[in-house]
Design a protein around this ligand. Structure first.
Ligand SMILES: Cc1ncc(COP(=O)(O)O)c(C=O)c1O
Length: 462
């Protein structure tokens, strides 16, 4: 192996001769494995020119290291790392965490059903057809093709009122909510309200930005709007179509009250529309953004429809916030991958997302039905809630069980499951388990519930 440029730090202010500094640096590089056995060093002429030292200085260093057995000269005029040098000690890699055999993890589409062939067709079309300028930097809003395709799709399917010029393509909801909060904080927002319980994305970003965070209790009808009105918040993040994680739907009168509050206070509502594509036993509910596009940010991503690994999401923001959010996107990462954006645009335009969802809805519905039946049979004292939509459900635990013990006992039996506590804003509240059912087959769901039942028997038997 021929080594190209060799980076060595020389400090001309140190009272150490330059040939000694070169020796030490090469010796260290060999010991650490940065220069592997058999690697050829640059010629003395090249290295002396690179380092701005006399050739004699490099020759002296090479000779010393050859005498010590670190280097050897062979035919062809090259100097090599000699076989006698100490090989780098392999650093032991930490063992990967063992994965549960049956995983009720939540928050993702079934990636084993990702429509690879259709996505590949879209990527191929993009690579064949996209004009060269689409592969350069895009502006902070993202690809116009994707914003057109998405606004058309969302206005049709979610009842939104989205102008593609007011959209920003981002790396999923996680980045989207961060961009909005940065823009809102720059505009003077001081206090964020979130549902309690909630996913922690917005909470963590807001705290890092120095915003106060207040939890709004969630009941059977979603977030408590009176508590929101009393919260003194400037921004609220809501999941009105399917409260995360409890599954309630915010009724029309509460939606109207939230919008009235936002208009009165000049506050911003962020609507996390994370899994609206899946509903089983209830009427469709349009997005809130359609009621007040100047006060509601609509945020979504493909994490629950296609795959979270695509890291593709979007924001539709009020017109007076669009530039600030687009600037925040540029500052964050100069824009999401243009090829992926164009591929999603093509995928949407060709109706592939509609097709994929038509295929997946009955699959998820059957998994949910199997889960509910298994819970009824094996764990009748757990109370499922939020079951009529989405790809997870919450099951309340009876008062004699605490979720941490059940989760640990389930884990010991090879089942991964999450609890509600990490998502609570207030310490008090009933314990519960979150069953994600998107990514496990029906048989494994039934087996997983049986194992959770055994885990609960273990906990009760202690
Ligand atoms: C409440 C909620 N919103 C949004 C998302 C999607 O996040 P992202 O788009 O960053 O993958 C998730 C994923 O688990 C979620 O639980």
């Amino acid at each position: 192996m021929i080594t190209g440029a060799l980076h060595l730090d020389l400090d001309r202010d140190r009272p150490v001769a330059l040939h000694r500094q070169i020796e030490t640096a090469i010796r260290d590089a060999i010991r650490s494995g940065r220069l592997p056995l058999g690697a050829a060093l640059p010629s003395t002429r090249t290295l002396s020119a690179d380092l701005g030292v006399s050739r004699g200085t490099v020759v002296e260093a090479y000779q010393q290291l050859t005498a010590e057995g670190y280097l050897s000269s062979r035919g062809g005029g090259y100097t090599y790392v000699a076989a006698g040098a100490r090989p780098p000690r392999p650093t032991p890699r930490p063992a990967p965490p063992s994965r549960p055999r049956i995983d009720f993890g939540y928050g993702r589409a079934d990636v084993s059903s990702f429509p690879r062939a259709a996505w590949l067709r879209s990527v191929r079309r993009v690579l064949n057809d996209a004009p060269g300028d689409r592969l350069g930097y895009l502006n902070g809003r993202g690809s116009p093709e994707l914003r057109d395709a998405l606004s058309g799709y969302l206005n049709r399917v979610r009842g939104t009122d989205i102008d593609p010029d007011h959209m920003v393509i981002c790396s999923g909801f996680a980045q989207g909510v961060s961009l909005v909060l940065h823009a809102a904080a720059a505009r003077g927002a001081r206090r964020l309200a979130v549902e309690d319980p909630t996913s922690q994305d917005a909470v963590q970003v807001a705290r890092a930005l120095g915003l106060q965070v207040v939890g709004i209790p969630v009941g059977e009808d979603g977030a408590d709007v009176a508590a929101l009105a009393a919260s003194d918040a400037d921004v609220v993040v809501l999941t009105p179509s399917h409260q995360w994680p409890l599954g309630a739907v915010l009724p029309p009168e509460s939606r109207a009250a939230v919008i009235e509050w936002a208009v009165r206070r000049g506050a911003l509502v962020v609507e996390d529309d994370y899994d609206a594509e899946y509903r089983y036993d209830r009427a469709p509910i349009g997005a809130m953004q359609g009621l007040a596009p100047d006060h509601v940010v609509h945020a979504g991503s493909v994490s629950k429809t296609l795959a979270p690994g695509l890291r593709l999401g979007w924001l539709a923001v009020p017109h007076d916030l669009a530039d600030a959010v687009a600037d925040a996107k540029i500052l964050a990462d100069r824009g999401s991958s243009s090829i992926e954006q164009l591929a999603l645009a093509d995928f949407l335009e060709r109706g592939e997302l509609d097709r994929h969802l038509r295929r997946m809805r009955p699959v998820y519905r059957r998994r949910r039905d199997v889960l509910l039946a298994a819970l009824r049979e094996r764990l009748p004292d757990l109370e499922p809630t939020g079951v009529s939509a989405g790809i997870h459900l919450v099951a309340w635990l009876p008062p004699d069980l605490d979720e941490e013990s059940v989760i640990a006992a389930a884990r010991a039996r090879g089942v991964g499951i999450a609890g509600l506590r990490p998502h609570r804003m207030s310490p008090a509240g009933r314990d519960a388990l979150i069953f994600g059912y998107s990514s496990i087959g029906e048989r494994a769901i039934a087996e997983g519930v049986a194992l959770v039942a055994e885990a609960i028997a273990d906990v009760r038997g202690r």
